[in-house]
Design a protein. Structure first.
Length: 168
């Protein structure tokens, strides 16, 4: 059985196992909002995720894909876009724990994220990835992404931009 949902205080052990599964990649966990190292406690983490849905520069929701007794990955879904997100961030940022990559989970997580975004009334989603991230590019294409003009960042890297029409 799988579910795609917000975490609660009761999910502390479940999340800790997920966060630890990132191993040496903890500092580059995606989405970055799920990096536990930036919070004082799990309780603060849950509180801030809730606040980001109602009172943040760009309202956003973080959902976790849980299968069995493990968090497989998560997604940060921006309810709308600002100038920065139009160029480099897009509507959705998602990640899969290292030991579950290459098994189709990212495609599922992005599809579930698009459904959530549709429930907010968004009809067209912008999804981005770094040009060299072939796996993310394939996940976006698997979900119907159509490439738009890429964005050249100040650091010299290129962000590929894709649009996905969301159908209910």
């Amino acid at each position: 059985m799988s579910e795609f949902r917000r975490l609660t205080i009761a999910d502390k052990d479940l999340f800790n196992e997920y966060f630890n599964a990132w191993g040496k990649e903890k500092d580059s966990i995606v989405p970055t909002v799920t990096n536990m190292n930036q919070y004082l406690s799990f309780e603060q983490f849950i509180q801030i995720l809730g606040e980001r849905e109602t009172s943040y520069e760009v309202l956003n929701t973080t959902l976790f894909y849980i299968e069995g007794n493990k968090i497989i990955g998560s997604s940060n879904i921006r309810h709308y876009l600002n100038d920065f997100l139009i160029n480099t961030g897009g509507h959705i940022g998602c990640g899969v724990r290292p030991d579950k990559r290459g098994q189709g989970y990212a495609t599922v997580i992005l599809a579930q994220s698009l459904k959530f975004l549709s429930s907010l009334g968004v009809e067209r989603a912008l999804i981005t990835c770094d040009e060299e991230n072939i796996a993310s590019r394939q996940v976006i294409l698997n979900n119907g992404g159509v490439q738009d003009i890429s964005y050249n960042r100040e650091d010299g890297n290129i962000t590929n931009r894709f649009w996905i029409d969301i159908n209910d």
